[in-house]
Design a protein around this ligand. Structure first.
Ligand SMILES: *[C@@H]1O[C@H](CO)[C@@H](O)[C@H](O)[C@H]1NC(C)=O
Ligand SMILES: *[C@@H]1O[C@H](CO)[C@@H](O)[C@H](O)[C@H]1NC(C)=O
Ligand SMILES: *[C@@H]1O[C@H](CO)[C@@H](O)[C@H](O)[C@H]1NC(C)=O
Length: 293
């Protein structure tokens, strides 16, 4: 493998990116590794040597001064840190306790010392999924699938505080490119359950996505197509003709559909229990579909 020559040991970030690409290629075989979080990363020890080399070009414990995967080995039960009390804004209306165990998993997946290196592979997908499920679960009380911008600020900050109090990195917003606006509806014209359900064939969406088969979904994209279809449908919801007039190739068109896609994911997360929702979200996010095509 040319991996060693190409990757100086000082580029763990590049390594993480390459690792991501390789993981995605091997995704169908390695589903559990990703879906269940990083303590299972050492399951990779069981893949045949050539595959392992292909996946982990720069993770040689001897050549790398920066500990990378080898340090991930401690048992999931190991107490890495002592919990502290988070300082909350008191203004966020999301129900954090509804996703408490997901938050704990996320804190471990985004542990301070590893988060920057495992960002794309483990931490950020989990962080994003938890955020989607948090809003989705809370929508069962509020009816809202998005936060307004004030609440988005407070809630993202509270979420970060809670994670940090459980040992996660204090820099996750930057590491995972999450902005408070990502908690709003963006430019999607639909932001509540009632409007959503009157625009979308929700039972069909739920049937396509209620249970995502790890192996087949990446290839068949049944759920992903259903999500995209629903996102396109609600994207056309408000201004009728004006939104129809946006040519399909304009950035505005994509950003609107992107915002609507988040709304669809939150709705789905409100219809599933948090743990099933997590499996669905992690599986589809790792299929890495090119939605533009
Ligand atoms: C964490 O808790 C353990 C036992 O509960 C204690 O021995 C240790 O000193 C604590 N560490 C810190 C940094 O508070
Ligand atoms: C928050 O979620 C918990 C656990 O699901 C639930 O028991 C509680 O009633 C919820 N709180 C609110 C205000 O809805
Ligand atoms: C958050 O929103 C920004 C700007 O819209 C976007 O570039 C970024 O990809 C979003 N982050 C995620 C994780 O979706």
């Amino acid at each position: 493998m040319g991996g060693h020559a190409l990757l100086p040991p000082t580029s763990p970030l590049l390594g993480a990116v390459l690792l991501l690409f390789c993981l995605q290629e091997l995704w169908c075989k390695l589903d559990d590794v990703i879906v269940h979080g990083f303590p299972l990363l050492h399951q990779m020890d069981f893949v045949p040597t050539e595959e392992k080399n292909a996946m982990m070009p720069d993770i040689s414990p001897n050549s790398s001064p920066q500990p990378f995967v080898p340090l991930l080995a401690p048992s999931p039960m190991t107490p890495f840190f002592n919990n502290s009390t988070p300082k909350l804004s008191g203004r966020c209306t999301l129900n954090f306790s509804a996703v408490d165990s997901l938050i704990s998993t996320t804190a471990v997946d985004c542990l301070a010392s590893f988060a920057p290196y495992l960002a794309n592979v483990v931490c950020c997908p989990q962080f994003q999924a938890t955020l989607v499920i948090l809003i989705g679960q809370s929508s069962k009380n509020t009816g809202m699938l998005a936060l307004d911008s004030t609440h988005a600020n407070d809630c993202l900050s509270d979420f970060q505080q809670i994670l940090e109090s459980r040992g996660a990195s204090n820099n996750l917003q930057k590491i995972c490119s999450i902005h408070p606006l990502n908690l709003t509806e963006g430019s999607c014209p639909v932001n509540d359950i009632n409007n959503f359900e009157s625009a979308v064939d929700s039972s069909r969406l739920l049937a396509a996505c209620g249970k995502v088969d790890a192996v087949n979904e990446c290839c068949s994209q049944i759920c992903q197509n259903a999500i995209l279809e629903a996102a396109k449908k609600i994207a056309l919801r408000d201004g009728g003709l004006t939104s129809m007039d946006i040519p399909n190739n304009l950035p505005e068109h994509y950003s609107r559909i992107d915002g609507c896609r988040s709304i669809v994911l939150r709705w789905l997360s409100s219809r599933l229990d948090p743990s099933s929702a997590k499996h669905v979200l992690r599986r589809i996010s790792n299929c890495n579909v090119n939605e533009g095509s």
